[in-house]
Structure formats: C-alpha cells, structure tokens
Ligand binder design. Structure first.
Ligand SMILES: Nc1ncnc2c1ncn2[C@@H]1O[C@H](COP(=O)(O)OP(=O)(O)OP(=O)(O)O)[C@@H](O)[C@H]1O
Ligand SMILES: [Mg+2]
Length: 354
C-alpha cells in the first residue's frame, strides 16, 4: 500500500538545461504508471530521483506522504530494476536474491522461504543453484526483478527492463510483469520508449518531452485525445495534413472538410483507422502509392498533390492498387494551430471516469 507524490521536481546537470523541468505527478496506490518519451526526454533522470540515485535540483518527492527527497536509496522503500541486468556474476541465483535479506540479518529459514516464493512468482522455480551466466537474458531480467521484489518495496521502479531482449520475449515479460504487479498490487513507475509497452501495461501514461510532461492520461485517452501535436505524432500512427480554415471549413489543395474553428492555418491530425477512402468521383484527392496486406486489415499508403504522405487503414486491401486516385473521408480528427489544440472530435471517454 503506497502512494507516490512528485512535486515540481527539476534536475539541472552542471549548468546545463533542465533534464527534468518542474514535473509533478501523483501516483495512486497500486497504480502502474509509464513514463514514455523519446531519448533524452528525462525519463531515467526522473525515475532515478524517485529511487534516490540522483538529487533533485528543486522540488520534493514523498512516498505515503513521507518526504524522501533527501534520503539515500537504501533508506527509501523503493526497489529499482535497471535496463542492463546488474546481477552479481560470481554468485548463484539464490545468493543474488538472498543478499539484501542477509544484510538485513533475516533468519536463514525465512530467507530460504522468501527466495523460493519470489522465484515461483517470476516463473523460475528450481533455478536457485544456477550461476547467473547460465541463464538466458530473459531469465536474468526475471532474477533482477525478483531481487527487487524480495525486499518488498512499497514502490517498484523499472527503467526499460526489457530493452535488451528480443521482441517476442519482451511481449511475454511485460505481460508477466503486469500480472505480478496486479497480484502484488504494488505501486509501479515504469520507463519505456516503446509505445506498445506503455499502451499495453499502463494504468496511466506520462508522455515526456524535453524534461516536461506533455500529457498524463489513461492509455486510451492519450491515444484518442492527444492534447498536443507531439503526443498525437508520438503515440500510434498519425496523419498530419497542413491547411487553412476559412469560414468553418478546413481547406487543403486536394480536399476540404467542415471544421468549426476560427479562420487561420490549421494542422489536421487523422488516424489511419479514421480516414476512409472513397471512390474518386472524378476528383482525385489522393494517389495510392502502396498497399500492404496484413491479413486482418490493409494499410494503404497515399500521397497528396503537395507531397504529403498519409496512411489509411482499410478492412479489405483488394480494391486498392498503386497509381489509383481516391477520395478522402476523415471520420474523426483533431485540429491544432501551432501547439494549441483547437478541436478534437474523438473523446470516447465518459466524463465520470476521470
Ligand atoms: N549524469 C548526467 N550528467 C549530465 N547530463 C545528464 C546526466 N544524466 C542524464 N543527463 C542528460 O539529461 C537528459 C535526460 O536524460 P535521461 O537519461 O533522463 O533521458 P531518457 O529519457 O531516459 O533517455 P533514454 O530513452 O535515451 O534512456 C539528457 O539530455 C542527458 O544527456
Ligand atoms: Mg533512459
């Protein structure tokens, strides 16, 4: 049972710009929150400050209402798993896991029981006598996870723990970690720059950019209702079409659509699955470049006359072929002017769930 409060936390490394810039975040008991953002956006720095491995330049961090900002890592109720599994290679699995408990002078019987229980939890029952170099990468990451869980931290911190693993294993492990996290109801902060990982695991996603939080919301809200063009383009595939609004209608050289916002330049953001293709009807709005058949659906790659490349997700790819002219019918879209959202039709969330 633990909550995590990050209040206006900044980190400035030696005279440089802020790696983390006044970030505030409240994480509820048992919640799994993903920090998602491009390389260098400050995800690891923020996580390391929660774990006590970096000191904030400003701001405060509290766990269960207790200020931990100045505490060293070993005095914080946090457990951290790093990207590169930092297991002790001269010890077997048992000793890697028992180490922290031995330091805490727990009785032998208890240590044995807890090692056994945690190995069972991460799916490595019976591996206690293995040396760490006799384990696969995925098994090593499971041991690293077990090593932080065995100390029963209130907050689990994970910094891209699967980054070095292949896609297949990564998908399996993230499901396992989510299962374990839900079973233990452990409050978790998880760093990733994989949007799939964030969308599939998180209760909420924090999209970071240049040390700041760009949007904090549940995955489906971040996907359906991005607040900035950056979030819109970073999560999932998004088509951006530049144009102008004149008297309630968005106009691009090739097509137009009703858009009830003030006149001026506008960027239209349309998901491939919300962009229908219709017969050209004499007016070619876009030209098909390529059609990819994914079995469950097709993806049509198109060009507008000004060179803008866009994508449309179609149920059946057969009717489309390269060189073909088509009409465009966006079913739902958002509209931005600079970084300001002017319009967004796709908010599938009932208001009472916030
Ligand atoms: N110890 C340090 N000294 C100086 N600058 C640092 C240090 N650690 C991180 N930075 C800088 O802070 C910024 C944020 O780095 P951080 O590691 O938090 O990014 P990240 O979002 O985790 O990126 P990645 O996805 O590549 O891991 C970067 O510009 C980085 O160069
Ligand atoms: Mg990082």
């Amino acid at each position: 049972m633990a909550t995590l409060s990050i209040h206006a936390v900044s980190k400035i490394f030696a005279g440089d710009t802020a790696a983390v810039d006044a970030v505030s975040l409240e994480i509820a008991d048992g919640e799994l929150v993903c920090l998602l953002g491009p390389s260098g956006s400050g995800k690891s720095t923020l996580l390391r400050m929660v774990g006590g491995f970096e000191q904030p330049t400003a701001g405060s961090i509290a766990i269960d209402g207790q200020d931990v900002t100045r505490l060293p890592p070993e005095q914080r109720p946090t457990g951290m798993v790093f990207q590169s599994h930092a297991l002790w290679s001269h010890m077997n699995v048992f000793n890697n896991l028992a180490f922290g408990l031995k330091l805490r002078r727990r009785p032998k019987g208890e240590i044995r029981d807890r090692v056994e229980a945690v190995l069972d939890l991460v799916g490595l029952k019976g591996y206690d006598r293995r040396m760490t170099h006799e384990l696969s990468g995925g098994q090593q990451q499971r041991v690293a996870l077990a090593r932080s869980l065995i100390l029963e931290p209130k907050i689990l911190l994970l910094d891209e723990p699967f980054a070095s693993l292949d896609q297949h294993l990564r998908e399996r492990l993230r499901e396992e970690v989510r299962d374990i996290q839900l079973r233990l109801k452990i409050t978790t902060l998880f760093v990733t720059h994989g949007q799939d990982e964030a969308l599939s695991m998180a209760d909420r996603i924090v999209v970071m950019r240049n040390g700041r939080t760009e949007q904090t919301d549940r995955p489906e809200v971040v996907y359906r209702n991005p607040l900035t063009p950056f979030v819109a383009g970073f999560i999932g595939t998004m088509n951006f079409i530049e144009g102008r609004v004149e008297t309630g209608r968005f106009r691009h050289a090739d097509f137009a659509v009703d858009l009830p916002v003030a006149d001026g330049p506008v960027t239209l953001a349309v998901r491939p699955e919300a962009l229908d293709l219709v017969p050209a009807d004499g007016v070619r709005q876009a030209t098909v470049n390529r059609v990819t058949d994914f079995g469950t659906h097709g993806l049509v790659d198109l060009s507008l006359s000004d060179g803008t490349r866009i994508k449309s997700l179609v149920r059946r790819p057969e009717p489309f072929h390269p060189g073909q002219g088509v009409g465009l019918k966006p079913r739902a879209f958002a509209a931005f002017r600079d970084t300001v959202k002017l319009y967004g039709a796709i908010d599938a969330e009932p208001a009472d769930q916030h």
